[in-house]
Structure formats: structure tokens, C-alpha cells
Design a protein around this ligand. Structure first.
Ligand code: ADP
Ligand code: MG
Length: 439
């Protein structure tokens, strides 16, 4: 085994680990190993072919991002199964060429893979209408709803659908957070024109998680003008948010009314029947059938969101593949005990995200060295929350914040504990952030 391969893969894993939930991370990446690095190809071992299929299908983008982030080179990752499984034929293998720019649409987020229930039928119909007549039906289409209820899926389904019909249209999917990063960079490098041009030359602009623009005036301004421009050209804009436009506080009035001017639709949590249907659908796309009693067993217990529902199924399939058993209720029970028992679905990244939302700094700033009073407070708050919610060691926290000394972390925690007791406004603020992280 080459040391180099191990280090390279471990670096990639650090990136991945911070961005997906611990359950998925442990399930899929926990037993992987970087074994060889030759001619820019990194060979990585997984327990069996099922894992490899899964990784290729679901973690392609994040691995791509990780590679970009780590060395930006044309590193290619190849997978190897330690043990080939006998009964299940491997799917056709995709080659992973890891270099590209911009965020891509995921093929699996299609209308075909989207289960329609009472909770989302209106949103689905609206999305389909936009897909069929971009720029004509509803503009913008504004989809909102809680975490893991299918906003990103529907939004990308629109993109995929349009792409299939009109190959030449310029479709662009991005998260509001990315636009922010680009905007900051454009300002720093004095390339605002290029930034504007980039967004104004899209035919279909899909902006995910717009709630991020909360409190960011300059960003709102840019998005407003971009939207007006695209709208006047008959281009389609689709937006998602975790709450309705009027609840994105401090959203400029003209932007709110712009959003309201199109169609605003919500997605509600799915009922039991829909949850069962979703499980069957997911299994089907993995070429696996799950018995009805197992689907019922899971769907009646996991109610909060579809991502979690999916998480359960995935873990169940992984466990079945590792133990060579069929999917049955007993296995499902084991998986659920595991999942429902561990309350730590919270990740560092989730904590940062909420702190960022509350204080309005960027991740780079939080991990950086600048120490204005407000920034320091936001940074200390994140350190405190990571410490109390995740029980990480002081060293790990320091590391996460760009290699800070553990005494800095101690200082942060003490400071926040003091503030909590003495500053009621701050106390409420902390409560608010904590609630959002937990919800
Ligand atoms: P959101 O963006 O609202 O947080 P996502 O679109 O990321 O949620 O959905 C979370 C997961 O649940 C995705 O894997 C998605 O494919 C799946 N999902 C959500 N809604 C449905 C649905 N109606 N049918 C099938 N899968 C769904
Ligand atoms: Mg989403």
C-alpha cells in the first residue's frame, strides 16, 4: 500500500466527512482505503461492488468537489471491490473523470423518480408546467418547504427535463451560497462585469436555497437585477427556499414582490402512503425489491423527512449486502435502532451554516484570522456550539477553524458561557441558532 495513496484518500475523506451526515459517512466511507496512486489515478478499495455502485451514483459530485478542493488537478479515482458479490450483477461502470467547473444537475433527480403525493402534487404540477414551457408558464417559480422534502429534486428535475428537450439551452443550477462566494470574488478581483454576464446569459437559472441571501443586501441587489434582466428576455428562473418569500426577513420589498409575481408553491411532509411509495421507488432505482412489510415498518417510523427515509433504506441495503442476507424486518429493526437511537445527525457544517445565517459571515471568514468584534463573536459561537453539540476535542475544533490553538478554543467557550449568563439578547440568539440546528 502506498503512503501517498492513503494520504490522498484520507484528505478527500476529510472533505467528504464534513459535508455529509455521519451515518452516511460511516456506512459508505468507513471501510474504504486508498491503496495505490499511479499516473494520477487513485485506486480506492471498498468492501464490495454494491458499495462502489452506490458511491458512484450518489457521491460522485462530492468526490469531484473534494478532488478539486484538494489539488485541483486531474486526479482520477478508480474503485476496487475487496470481495465481488456473487448474486447481484454489477451495474455498468461509469468512469469518473474528476474535473469540471460549475455545479451539475444530478440525473437521478428526475420527474420519473419523483413520487407524487398529496403533499407535493401542486408543486410537482407547477414544476412540470415550467419544464414543458420554460419562460412561459410561471416565472419565477418559487418552491418552498422544510428540509429534505424534495425541493432540490424538483428543481433539478425541471433542469433535466428541459435539457432533454432543448439541448442547446443554457441551463444553470447553483446554490445561493455559491453565488455569494462568486460575488465576493468578483468584487475582490474587480470582475463584476464578468459576474453579471455569467448570470445574464443563462436561459434557465435555477437558484437553490435562496434563504441564504437573508440580510445580504448586495447579493439581493445582484439577484434582483439578474432576475429582471432574465425575465425581460423571457428566460426562466426557478427558486427554492426553506420558507415563503415574505418570511425571508429583510428581503427587499421589490424582490419579495418579484417572487410573489410568479408562482409560489409549497411542499409539505409526505403522508404514510407516500412515504411507502417513495421507499419502493428508491429501492427500484437501485434494482432491489423490498418486501411491503419492511417498507411499512420503516415508513411508519421515519416521518420527519425524505432524506432520512432514504438514509434508512440505504443503510438497510448496505447492511444486507455486507451480511449477505435478504432485506427483512429484522434487519430493518436493527438499522432503525441504530439510526433513531443516535441523535447525532448534526454535523459541523450544519452548525456553521446556521451561525453563518445568523451572523452573516462566510465560512472563510469564520475560519480565518481576522478579528473584528462581530466576527470574533460569530467564530466563538460556532466553536462553542460544535463543542457542546458534537463533543469534539479542543484540538479538533482548533483544526477545523484553520489550525487555531486549543487555548483559543477554550477562551471562546468560556467567553460564550459567560455571555450566555450575562447577556439576555445573546442568550436568545444562541437559543434560536440551536433550535434551527436541531430542527
Ligand atoms: P430539499 O432540497 O427539500 O432539502 P431534496 O430535494 O434534497 O430535499 O430531497 C431529499 C431526498 O429525498 C433526495 O434524495 C430526493 O431524491 C428525495 N425525495 C424528496 N422528495 C421525493 C419524492 N417526492 N419522491 C422521491 N424522492 C424524493
Ligand atoms: Mg435542497
Amino acid at each position: 500500500m502506498s503512503e501517498n495513496a492513503k494520504t490522498t484518500w484520507d484528505n478527500i475523506l476529510v472533505y467528504v466527512r464534513e459535508r455529509i451526515n455521519p451515518q452516511s459517512y460511516n456506512t459508505w466511507f468507513g471501510s474504504s482505503r486508498g491503496v495505490e496512486l499511479k499516473d494520477d489515478v487513485l485506486l480506492v478499495e471498498f468492501p464490495n461492488g454494491f458499495f462502489i455502485d452506490w458511491i458512484e451514483e450518489h457521491y460522485y459530485s462530492i468526490l469531484e468537489e473534494a478532488v478539486q478542493h484538494i489539488n485541483g488537478n486531474k486526479l482520477r479515482i478508480a474503485f476496487k471491490a475487496i470481495r465481488e458479490q456473487g448474486d447481484r450483477p454489477r451495474k455498468k461502470k461509469k468512469r469518473l473523470i474528476l474535473s469540471h467547473d460549475g455545479t451539475k444537475l444530478q440525473e437521478r433527480y428526475s420527474f420519473e423518480n419523483f413520487v407524487v403525493g398529496k403533499n407535493n402534487e401542486f408543486a410537482h404540477a407547477a414544476a412540470l408546467a415550467v419544464g414543458e414551457a420554460p419562460g412561459e408558464a410561471y416565472n419565477p417559480l418559487f418552491l418552498y418547504g422544510g428540509v429534505g422534502l424534495g425541493k432540490t429534486h424538483l428543481m433539478q428535475a425541471i433542469g433535466n427535463f428541459i435539457h432533454r428537450q432543448y439541448k442547446t439551452l443554457n441551463i444553470y443550477y447553483t446554490q445561493a451560497e455559491n453565488i455569494m462566494t462568486e460575488l465576493i470574488e468578483a468584487i475582490q478581483k474587480n470582475q463584476q462585469m464578468a459576474f453579471k454576464k455569467k448570470y445574464r446569459t443563462k436561459d434557465i437559472l435555477l437558484i437553490d436555497d435562496i434563504q441564504f441571501i437573508y440580510g445580504k443586501e448586495r447579493l439581493q441587489e445582484e439577484i434582483f437585477h439578474t432576475f429582471n434582466y432574465l425575465y425581460s428576455q423571457g428566460k426562466q428562473v426557478v427558486i427554492t427556499s426553506d420558507r415563503p418569500p415574505k418570511e425571508i426577513l429583510t428581503l427587499e420589498e421589490r424582490l419579495t414582490s418579484r417572487f410573489q409575481g410568479g408562482l409560489v408553491v409549497d411542499i409539505q411532509p409526505p403522508d404514510l402512503e407516500t412515504r411507502i411509495a417513495i421507499l419502493h421507488k428508491k429501492a427500484e432505482t437501485e434494482d432491489i425489491r423490498i418486501p411491503s412489510n419492511v417498507a411499512y415498518y420503516i415508513a411508519s417510523r421515519v416521518k420527519s423527512n425524505i432524506r432520512e427515509l432514504e438514509g434508512c433504506l440505504i443503510r438497510l441495503l448496505a447492511l444486507a449486502s455486507l451480511s449477505g442476507q435478504d432485506v427483512n424486518e429484522q434487519l430493518a429493526e436493527e438499522v432503525l435502532k441504530d439510526l433513531l437511537g443516535s441523535s447525532s445527525k448534526i454535523t459541523k457544517q450544519m452548525i456553521l451554516k446556521q451561525v453563518i445565517e445568523e451572523f452573516g459571515f462566510s465560512e472563510v471568514e469564520l475560519k480565518g484570522r481576522k478579528r473584528t468584534q462581530k466576527l470574533a463573536l460569530a467564530r466563538q459561537t460556532s466553536m462553542y456550539l460544535i463543542r457542546t453539540l458534537l463533543s469534539l476535542s479542543l484540538a479538533e475544533i482548533g483544526e477545523f477553524f484553520g489550525g487555531k490553538d486549543h487555548s483559543t478554543v477554550i477562551h471562546a467557550i468560556e467567553k460564550i458561557e459567560h455571555l450566555k449568563k450575562t447577556d439576555i439578547e445573546y442568550f436568545q440568539r444562541l437559543e434560536r441558532i440551536t433550535n434551527r440546528i436541531n430542527s
